[in-house]
Ligand binder design. Structure first.
Ligand code: DOR
Ligand code: ZN
Length: 468
């Protein structure tokens, strides 16, 4: 029986290495064969990748889709169009919506909206608060891949459970092998400095960064790991921003704590100087750190195993909410977050082209590992026969400049506007179907499907470089 399609002449990237001269045959949306071109039979359509890289589909496990409730910022159609354009095949949505995703009913609500509107595959976290901390099991049964707790105040102002409730929730999550992820900033430190800086009249963009010092992240990481250690529970640090945080995670892993961590391209690309160059465009929480923290995040996080995965924290807001016409005006009048789905592959490919990140480690951190952490593996995050045929095709030679006008998100605000990349996503394939190619969306809304999720894997030591 012929394949529906086959992908030829790609350089196939997996965490184990790069293989040239490998063809992939696809049938019914799944990978049906991987092998030498001579071993792969006929196909209805043949896609010649002409030496480009083919990675297991990039998974962005940190996307604020905003629907339900804040569709003026973003919706499932625009967020997933941005994903497809950016080379992303699966997104995991954040639950700080309105209503927030905190019950089996709201989980079904967001799944229903996404099922109608999504261009790529999806999942959604549920949030845990004082109201629902004891609902871990029913929420997992409703389908969510994991949970989010907002320790630091951020958009949506969702309060976390208290420590007793959190510890109990961790034990419940541990019992069913589900992971709780955190916005890990100590809220008391943040509010103290915000108030102090406002009183003293500091309102330039970098004042926002300095009001959320590294110690706020370090304290939260340490406290979560202490609770997780006692509860024997899997925990995850979303958007880890500092070398200090990464060093703590490395220590936690060495102590046997089942902790995983994510960082975002902006923490690796910029330093806090970007606040003086681009103003509140780059305002985000946790903030972008100084050069020393950034360099140590590379060293201990990326090269030393402290960081497991890459995600964007794609956080769209309107221009008016960001006060984008006056990026250097009073930072306390602006809002945190910016879009990232359409620059993440470009920024990571650029790190690869600069020799700072082995391409197989990129595939691991941006596809395999998030799939493992959130229970989507091996259906997602692998190129094994029988799994979903999700591919991110990257031309490593294309030099391009981030242009806000080209974005598919409703929000065009990103500090990556004007940045120069080497390596561009040229084709996005979800379950065997091309969703984006030649700068155009190639599927309708509703093509994207819910990804079933299961148990999280443990924090098996992440690879820290080629050959490890
Ligand atoms: O800057 C941020 N914006 N950080 C977050 O954690 C949340 C996000 C948002 O939802 O806007
Ligand atoms: Zn976020």
């Amino acid at each position: 029986m012929a394949f529906d399609s086959k992908f030829e002449n790609g350089r196939v990237v997996t965490p184990d290495g790069v293989q040239s001269g490998v063809s992939i045959g696809v049938r019914d949306g799944a990978i049906a064969a991987v092998g030498a071109p001579s071993e792969i039979g006929a196909a209805d359509s043949v896609i010649d990748l002409d030496g480009q890289y083919l990675l297991p589909g990039v998974i962005d496990c940190h996307v604020h889709v905003r629907s339900p409730g804040y569709e003026h910022k973003e919706d499932w159609s625009t967020a997933t169009a941005a994903a497809a354009a950016g080379g992303v095949t699966t997104i995991l949505a954040m639950p700080n919506t309105d209503p927030m995703i905190d019950s089996p009913e709201t989980v079904q609500q967001v799944y229903g909206i996404a099922d109608e509107d999504a261009h790529v595959d999806f999942q959604s976290y549920a949030v845990l608060t004082s109201e629902n901390y004891d609902q871990v099991k029913p929420l997992a049964e409703a389908g969510v891949p994991g949970f989010k707790v907002f320790l630091g105040t951020t958009f949506g102002e969702i309060e976390p459970p208290d420590d007793g409730e959190l510890y109990a929730a961790m034990q419940d999550a541990a019992a069913i092998d589900r992971r709780i992820g955190f916005h890990e900033e100590n809220d008391e430190i943040l509010s103290f400095y915000e108030e102090q800086f406002k009183k003293e009249g500091h309102d330039d963009p970098i004042a926002h960064s300095h009001s959320r010092p590294v110690v706020a992240e370090a304290e939260a990481v340490s406290r979560i790991m202490l609770l997780a250690d006692h509860a024997d529970a899997p925990v995850h640090m979303f958007h880890l921003s500092s070398g200090t945080g990464a060093e703590l995670v490395v220590e936690g892993k060495a102590d046997g704590i089942n902790v995983t961590a994510e960082t975002c391209p902006h923490y690796l690309w910029f330093t806090e100087e970007v606040m003086n160059e681009k103003g509140n465009v780059a305002r985000v929480q946790p903030p972008i750190r100084d050069a020393d923290e950034r360099d140590r995040l590379w060293e201990t996080g990326i090269h030393g195993g402290g960081v497991d995965c890459i995600a964007t924290d794609h956080a769209p807001h309107t221009d008016a909410e960001k006060n984008i016409d006056e990026p250097f005006a009073d930072t306390w009048e602006s809002i945190s977050g910016f879009v990232g789905l359409e620059s993440e592959v470009g920024s990571m490919a650029t790190f690869v082209s600069e020799g700072r990140l082995p391409i197989e480690q990129w595939a691991y951190m941006h596809s395999t590992r998030p799939a493992q952490i959130w229970g989507l593996y091996p259906r997602k995050g692998s190129l094994q026969v029988g799994t979903d045929a999700d591919f991110t095709v990257v031309d490593p030679d294309v030099e391009w400049t981030g242009r806000k006008e080209a974005l598919h998100s409703k929000s065009k605000t990103t500090p990556f506007n004007g940045e120069e990349f080497v390596g561009k996503p040229t084709m996005t394939v979800v379950r065997g179907t091309v969703t984006y190619e030649d700068d155009a969306l190639a599927v309708e809304e509703g093509y994207g499907k819910l990804v079933p999720s299961g148990k999280t894997t443990s924090n098996a030591k992440p690879r820290s470089g080629p050959g490890n």
